[in-house]
Design a protein around this ligand. Structure first.
Ligand SMILES: Cc1ncc(COP(=O)(O)O)c(C=O)c1O
Length: 448
């Protein structure tokens, strides 16, 4: 496989060309990475009008993921999410009303930001089964079917997050079939699942029927922070691919990081080579680690093969406390909250990391805890469109005084940025309970 972006940067660095262009470091080593950090000079192509090395690299990556088109993002899945919703908005057949998206509540903040920027309405989908966490949606094809048929008007698209932060996987194939029967595109936030394509059984959303998805390459693949991919499927309307770059450029910086793009370029070459075999070994080792920890009495949650989500609350310790205990052994988890602790694994975790983790966990005794109970995700009482409320005049009030008021700027739990109260919703007693659970004392509400 070719690595055109990296090759160009390397050749350029070796040419010792005098740089009278950005960036300010001029390729002179200062932090150590400057040489290959470029700007859109001649030959380096333009991310949003790609015809040269970037187009070539993106096309190779699209092929690798079985996509009709893949766009590189140097600004994470956050940029891809806004772009995917802009594409859906631009290409929907009837634009006489505000776009309506059906989505489970465990969306990332970038989704809400897109709703604010693009003036989108959301019909929230609530799983039949009680959620185990705010960030774990777990909706089924039936939940989606019911949401589509019971909405005031037919949604313009369905948007799901799978895998979610705790490693729950939705039935993307089943959900895509439901969507396509109703003639609605499916968008998947696959920020945590770039690697799913390379598992023994390919579980990537592009394979399972999604029309568009985003992968945060930086979360699970060896890419620099900010690297992400927006994939458009071969079965999606051709118009999606046609407008994608222009729409992405609406939200993006005009100075995309070449270091990030070079890391994706090099990563794609790695993915097409030894990665699959290495991933297989990692999946097996992760499963063994899980078995060993289970034998010590630790309980787990979620289905994702490269995540270890420990249901700490059920083991008589909070996720946050367990995180601190692990830190005292020199181990930093991905995420902790009162109920869970999440560890993310890739082939770049050597055997020593697993042994270290197993040893540390053997020094922390699990106890008998209570089953994790989560106050059900509050049902939204929508009083105003999201955009209108987000831009309205607001004041900050203590949460105890907010009952009955309308939420101004959306409030998310700080990690993993899932909304508790969305702009335009009435602040109910359930929302107040949830705000307190996440330690939030004040909330922005509209000035009456
Ligand atoms: C589920 C989910 N979607 C989207 C994002 C945003 O991804 P990025 O950080 O690549 O912009 C995150 C970030 O944590 C996430 O957890």
């Amino acid at each position: 496989m070719q690595t055109p972006i990296y090759d160009f940067a390397k050749k350029y660095a070796e040419s010792k060309t005098v740089r009278f262009h950005m960036p300010g470091h001029k390729g002179v080593r200062f932090h150590g990475l400057e040489e290959y950090d470029l700007t859109e000079i001649r030959g380096a192509d333009y991310l949003f009008e790609a015809e040269g090395i970037i187009a070539e690299s993106e096309a190779q990556t699209a092929k690798l993921f079985g996509a009709a088109k893949t766009l590189y993002s140097a600004e994470g899945s956050s940029l891809c999410i806004k772009t995917m919703l802009a594409i859906a908005e631009h290409c929907r057949p009837d634009r006489s009303r505000r776009m309506l998206v059906a989505a489970p509540r465990n969306v990332h903040k970038a989704f809400i930001n897109a709703c604010i920027l693009l003036d989108i309405d959301v019909c929230w989908v609530y799983p039949k089964e009680e959620s185990r966490s705010l960030c774990s949606g777990g909706v089924t094809p039936d939940d989606i079917r019911e949401a589509i048929t019971s909405a005031d008007r037919t949604p313009d698209c369905v948007y799901i997050t799978s895998p979610d932060y705790l490693g729950t996987m939705s039935d993307v194939k089943g959900i895509s079939e439901v969507c396509h029967k109703s003639g609605i595109p499916l968008i998947v936030d696959n920020a945590h699942g770039a690697y799913l394509k390379f598992l023994h059984e390919d579980m990537h959303p592009m394979t399972l029927g999604a029309d568009m998805c985003c992968d945060s390459a930086h979360k699970t693949l060896p890419c620099y922070t900010g690297a992400a991919l927006l994939h458009i499927s071969k079965s999606a309307p051709a118009a999606f691919s046609g407008c994608a770059k222009k729409l992405m450029s609406l939200f993006a910086s005009t100075s995309p990081s070449y270091l990030i793009m070079e890391s994706i370029d090099l990563c794609s070459a790695y993915l097409s080579g030894e990665y699959k075999a290495e991933l297989e070994k990692t999946v097996l080792r992760t499963s063994l680690c899980k078995q060993r920890l289970e034998a010590m009495g630790w309980k787990f949650f979620g289905e994702e093969l490269c995540k270890l989500t420990i249901a700490a609350g059920e083991c008589g310790i909070t996720g946050d406390e367990l995180g601190d205990r692990l830190r005292s052994f020199g181990i930093e988890p991905e995420y902790t909250d009162p109920d869970y602790l999440v560890l993310m694994v890739t082939p770049f975790n050597p055997e020593a990391d697993f042994l270290h983790l197993e040893d540390a966990m053997s020094h922390i005794s699990p106890k008998q805890g209570a089953p994790i109970k989560f106050d059900t995700v509050p049902r939204a009482v929508v009083r105003l469109p999201i955009r209108q409320a987000a831009f309205a005049d607001c004041e900050e009030v203590p949460v105890d005084k907010a009952k009955g008021r309308i939420c101004g700027m959306t409030v998310t739990c700080c990690q993993p940025s899932v909304p508790i109260a969305v702009s335009g919703e009435e602040i109910t007693a359930d929302i107040i309970k949830l705000l307190k659970r996440y330690g939030i004392d004040t909330i922005s509400v509209l000035i009456p």
